[in-house]
Design a protein around this ligand. Structure first.
Ligand code: DLL
Length: 440
């Protein structure tokens, strides 16, 4: 039985993939030049016309786009089709200017579902499987993406969404879920809960597709042990469609990028110079088929390595390592993208200064985030009750900004450690990023 969803594409000779990419890139550049004023202006500024792009060898001539551009163009500035041709939006977390709203035509959704279907089939999924999706549904891309992929494969799809662990386990045992899709930290938590309930012998899971946050090989091993499955990584980002931009095959040595839809580059995050294959740098994606939200040379800020080394699974699409870090200060906490600047905004809006320290940890497979904030010397709390009241107010403002609970402690001025005069803003104790294992 084939473990490819689109065998002819997934195993296409590399030269043919490059030709396909070139053809699609030329069409896409014309599409954005004709339909998106933002791109037209950027290309005009760079003295570029669509005719100057003949194929992937000319990709480096196009300007980069980054998260600030998305913010400036929010909400409709990057639309490549009339709004009436769009059928869906998805969005990242965050209620500040960091929010990204991505638009999809029905064809764009089909492309996204296909990418996720490839990931499910690579993990051994068939129409006879029961795919249990407990990524969040709604604006987050995790639930809808794997849901759509599972439909395409023809599997029975359980749209569980996140939370309510007892119910998850109940459905898992009653309906015989065979493939689990969720964040790796939730998978680890489910593994423990199943053990505590003593129902492991009633679980039929064989594989899991886990992503949206960094996880280590050690965590993979623990999840595989506790759930008795093979655990596969999946990567993606809202801006580029969602999960399924790349996915792991049974070799578990990097994630194959769906190169018929996305061109990947690695650049030096400081200079923007394109780096040769095998070097570590910032991952940049160009969407060559999506029409509603067609990002070209989008800087992901994820630090990765690419490899074209032959993969014994037979797939020819280039592989990316797990993200090895970020070139900005974004953290993924409880599956939510968090920027320290969002926390700063809340503090400033509440009359504090930016003297704070975030401590992020992972305890019993669940992320925790706490924030020490110095009160200002002019406005110390009157007593313990006043202090507790102010902390509660900050907790609630942070919750509405980030969508997750942050523990807040008000502390005396000048008690947060400074390094070279600056407060050390973030201590991430989770140690999530490992060295690249790709191609080794
Ligand atoms: O996290 C999409 C997704 C959903 C991927 C479900 C996989 C599974 P965003 O919320 O836009 O989209 O966050 C994207 O999350 O730039 C990475 O920094 C991080 N990330 C995503 N997948 C992985 C992974 C979704 N497998 C940001 N390993 C990306 C490490 C990941 N980090």
């Amino acid at each position: 039985m084939s473990n490819y969803f689109n065998p002819e594409i997934e195993t296409m000779p590399v030269e043919d993939i490059k030709k396909l990419q070139s053809r699609r890139l030329v069409e896409q550049v014309k599409h954005v030049y004709d339909n998106v004023e933002f791109y037209r202006n950027k290309m005009d500024e760079a003295g570029l016309k669509p005719e100057d792009i003949h194929g992937i060898e000319d990709l480096h001539k196009l300007p980069f786009i980054n998260k600030d551009d998305l913010r400036d163009q929010y909400p409709y500035g990057l639309l490549g089709v009339p709004l009436s041709d769009c059928v869906r939006i998805q969005s990242t977390s965050g209620t500040t200017g960091r929010r990204v709203v991505a638009f999809y035509t029905q064809d764009d959704i089909n492309i996204w579902d296909t990418c996720c279907a490839r990931a499910i089939v690579a993990a051994g999924g068939t129409k006879d499987d029961v795919v249990h999706v407990c990524y969040g549904y709604g604006l987050f891309t995790g639930g809808p993406g794997l849901n759509g992929g599972s439909h395409m494969v023809g599997s029975l799809t359980l749209p569980m969404s996140s939370g309510n662990t007892d119910r998850q386990i109940q459905f898992m045992t009653d309906l015989g879920s065979t493939i689990l899709c969720c964040t790796p930290s939730y998978a680890a938590f489910l593994g423990e809960s199943i053990k505590e309930k003593g129902v492991k012998n009633q679980i039929k899971l064989k594989a899991g597709i886990f992503g949206a946050e960094a996880w280590t090989e050690e965590m993979r091993h623990n999840i595989e042990e506790s759930l008795g499955i093979k655990a596969y990584d999946i990567y993606g980002l809202t801006e580029i469609s969602g999960p399924g931009v790349s996915f792991e095959c049974s070799e578990q040595r990097g994630m194959h990028i769906n190169e018929d839809h996305f061109i990947a580059e690695i650049i030096d995050p400081n200079t923007g110079e394109v780096l040769p294959e095998g070097e570590k740098g910032e991952l940049v994606f160009t969407c060559i088929t999506k029409k509603a939200f067609p990002l070209l040379r989008y800087r992901t800020r994820d630090i990765c390595v690419l490899s074209r080394k032959k993969c014994s699974c037979g797939r020819t699409h280039i592989r990316m390592s797990k993200p090895l870090g970020r070139s900005d200060d974004m953290m993924v906490v409880k599956g939510v993208n968090v920027f320290p600047s969002q926390i700063e905004t809340v503090l400033l809006n509440n009359g504090y200064e930016a003297n704070y320290q975030l401590v992020v940890d992972r305890i019993n497979n669940s992320d925790t985030i706490s924030c020490d904030v110095e009160w200002t010397p002019e406005n110390p709390p009157a007593d313990e009750a006043d202090k507790a009241g102010r902390e509660r107010k900050l907790v609630s403002s942070l919750k509405s900004m980030l969508g997750i609970g942050v523990e807040v402690h008000l502390v005396e001025p000048k008690t947060i450690p400074r390094s070279e005069g600056k407060a050390v803003r973030v201590i991430d104790k989770r140690n999530l990023f490992e060295d690249s294992k790709i191609g080794k």
